[in-house]
Design a protein around this ligand. Structure first.
Ligand SMILES: Nc1ncnc2c1ncn2[C@@H]1O[C@H](COP(=O)(O)OP(=O)(O)OP(=O)(O)O)[C@@H](O)[C@H]1O
Length: 332
């Protein structure tokens, strides 16, 4: 069953087309990440679902009901944006209770306690936002969005204001929350591929106001349909060529052979594609070796566990591609 449906939605800001005939469905209980570079229209799509803006054309449905003309407060969705936007003069509990005006007092208290527990903030109910860390404020914002028990949760870059360590913690929290809310559909806007891979069941990649590609998360990562998605969804080597009889024919055809750095091997000359080592970077758990292919203009990155026995920078080497798991994407 479809919880969120956008069909053919176009949004203009003045003469700027920020969203162009965008269609996407999110099923009940499903998490879909909208992933794309800055300005690609992700937030615009989310705002259209939230009701913060009115599309020029197209239809938005929630649980099958056309809500295109409804104001935000009548859509029954929970929204969390980048800057937590808590009311500074209200205590945490009051902030969370804010959207529960129509509910009897006793029940309201219970609901606030329930969602604060859910985000691990029960002990902070009497504090004011300024007495909380950024991560704690964001937890409160999430609790507030959950207070009405929405069937749809819209998260717009909820972790981007946090530092890296806190972001990793909160990502774990969101994964747990998702397990606790198996019926809730989540639309998650991010430009961070790591967040999308960790949280989303499905990813919709956007570019220039349009949907570029959309598929189950692992499918999109392992078999990206386009060079843009391959590169945006993590480091990808794009080697001009094709696959003929299961072997890579470099320089052949109109596509790129796409392979992730962790799947590429490096060896002494003579056992793979001829190349020269152009750089080595230690990354802690692995080394990233960059190589220039000899037969075609392309740089290849390989992540290897050890440099033992491998050619050094400036020396000839071989790039060893895996026998399986290679995909070919069209050149953009
Ligand atoms: N209020 C506005 N008025 C005019 N143009 C806007 C407005 N908001 C966004 N835009 C433009 O619409 C386009 C899409 O913006 P949007 O915020 O949806 O992108 P985004 O993918 O969410 O980007 P980011 O990751 O930077 O938040 C951009 O070209 C942007 O400059």
């Amino acid at each position: 069953m479809t919880a969120i449906g956008l069909s053919d939605v176009t949004v203009h800001y003045g003469r700027t087309e920020a969203l162009s005939r965008f269609s996407l469905d999110v099923a009940v209980g499903e998490t879909v990440a909208l992933l794309g570079p800055s300005g690609s229209g992700k937030s615009t799509a989310l705002k259209a679902v939230a009701g913060f803006l009115r599309p020029t054309s197209g239809t938005i449905r929630l649980d099958g009901r056309d809500v295109t003309a409804l104001p935000p407060h009548r859509r029954g969705v929970g929204v969390v944006v980048q800057q937590y936007a808590l009311f500074p003069h209200m205590k945490v509990a009051e902030n969370v209770a804010f959207g529960l005006a129509g509910i009897p007092r006793a029940q309201r208290k219970e609901r606030v306690a329930e969602v604060l527990a859910m985000v691990g903030m029960s002990a902070y109910a009497a504090r004011r936002p300024r007495e909380l860390s950024g991560g704690q404020q964001q937890r409160v914002a999430i609790a507030r969005a959950l207070a009405n028990r929405p069937r749809v949760l819209l998260l717009d870059e909820p972790l981007s204001a946090l530092d890296a360590a806190l972001r990793a913690d909160m990502l774990g929290e969101l994964q747990r929350l998702k397990r606790e809310l198996p019926e809730t559909a989540i639309l998650y806007v991010t430009h961070d591929q790591g967040e999308a891979l960790a949280l989303a069941d499905r990813i919709a990649v956007m570019k220039d106001a349009r949907l570029v590609d959309e598929a189950a998360t692992a499918e999109l990562y392992h078999r990206p349909p386009s060079a843009f998605t391959a590169s945006f969804l993590g480091a990808a080597n794009l080697i001009p060529g094709s696959i003929v009889d299961g072997r890579v024919a470099v320089g052949d055809g109109a596509g790129y052979v796409c392979v992730r750095p962790h799947a590429v091997g490096v060896a002494a000359p003579g056992s793979g594609l001829a190349a020269t080592v152009t750089g080595v970077q230690w990354r802690g758990a692995t080394y990233r070796v960059t190589l220039a292919l000899s037969d075609v203009e392309a740089e290849v990155r390989a992540d290897v566990a050890s440099l033992d026995g491998l050619p050094g920078v400036g020396e000839p080497a071989s790039v060893v591609l895996p026998a399986t798991g290679l995909t070919v994407v069209p050149r953009d």
